[in-house]
Ligand binder design. Structure first.
Ligand code: GLU
Length: 334
């Protein structure tokens, strides 16, 4: 029992703590505890968020030795994905999040899904890895191109995920309605591969870094295949929007069972925050990531090509957070 082991009653402990000086609540509220919104537990965002926390904690430990304390504690729970993360940053529930470059753009500008809900306090921090939008069909589904999705069971993704939003945009551009499918399911990224391999759904969509374990499970584990997305519709989308780019996933390089090259359009994974988060917090997070970038890059193969010069501009459409700018200027990158 607390009372017996401490030999003090709880009110006494609290009173003593109070007089010894607990952190001033204002200071404590200034983001000493930061939460980073990620994505499903089998995605790459989850690795991004936890890699950032690892670097923040490493710098905290180094700082304690060298007298350069930032005292930040970081957590990166799994979430519903891009739009969920931006929404929670807006609510002040999360301080940071990972989000697709298309949704960063729309949230900041109040367009597409964010029409009428513009979030002008959204701030870019840096970009991470490229994320192709991947349409994957089950072996034996007979799906070779987009038009074959008609009359099939298609997982359009959970609301809040980046792929769900991008799928809706693509469907609109293609003139495809949910009613054109036999059924549209809303499984999360970590549920959908199991459903595909069990034959419960015929096709899934996932905007995710390459390679990804869940995609590997679909392709190598149950013989699923990529469906190319490179018609005039996607060409028009890439041409008209800076947050999209074409991506190629070469056969047999990342997934042994992938028989032919896949071409599709994609986005960048970006790290975002809010102008309501103080500059010192953002500065310390950014510093922790870039001072440890070599270790960071080793935490996932999708991070292999990360380069600071690209990371501070690629795929970013919201203004950079002041705290990030401070560090990038110190480094002479801006
Ligand atoms: N791009 C996905 C999303 O925005 C998440 C991908 C991942 O978890 O790596 O929801």
């Amino acid at each position: 029992m607390l009372k017996r082991t401490l030999g003090l009653s709880l009110p006494v402990v609290l009173a003593v703590a109070f007089f010894l000086g607990l952190p001033n609540p204002d200071v404590a509220a200034k983001n000493r505890f930061i939460s980073i919104g990620t994505g499903g537990p089998t995605g790459v965002y989850f690795v991004v968020g936890n890699a950032v926390c690892r670097m923040v904690h490493r710098e905290a430990a180094e700082g304690r030795k060298k007298g350069r304390k930032h005292g930040m504690r970081c957590s990166a729970p799994s979430t519903g994905g891009s739009n969920y993360n931006i929404g929670q940053i807006k609510e002040g529930e999360l301080q940071f999040g990972v989000a697709q470059s298309d949704w960063q753009h729309h949230a900041y500008n109040g367009t597409s899904k964010w029409k009428g809900k513009q979030y002008s306090k959204l701030r870019a921090v840096f970009s991470v890895h490229p994320e192709p939008f991947q349409l994957i069909a089950r072996k034996g589904s007979g799906i070779k191109s987009w038009s074959d999705l008609k009359g099939k069971v298609v997982n359009i993704g959970n609301p809040g995920s980046g792929q769900r939003g991008t799928m809706e945009v693509l469907m609109k551009k293609k003139g495809t309605k949910v009613s054109d499918f036999k059924q549209a399911t809303e499984l999360t990224s970590s549920e959908q591969v199991g459903a595909l391999c069990d034959g419960k759904v015929d096709a899934i969509a996932y905007t995710v870094g390459v390679p990804n374990g869940a995609i590997g499970q679909a392709i190598d584990g149950c013989g699923a295949h990529f469906v190319n997305l490179n018609s005039s519709v996607e060409k028009g989308m890439v041409k008209a929007n800076p947050y999209y780019a074409f991506a190629n996933i070469p056969a047999g390089v990342f997934y042994k069972g992938q028989k032919s090259d896949a071409t599709t359009f994609g986005v960048m994974a970006t790290f975002v925050s809010s102008s309501d988060v103080d500059s010192k917090t953002v500065y310390e997070l950014v510093r922790a990531v870039f001072e440890n970038l070599d270790s960071f890059k080793k935490l996932h193969p999708a991070f292999k090509k990360l380069d600071p010069k690209q990371m501070i501009k690629n795929g970013l459409s919201a203004p950079l957070h002041d705290g990030a700018v401070k560090y990038y200027k110190e480094k002479g990158w801006m």
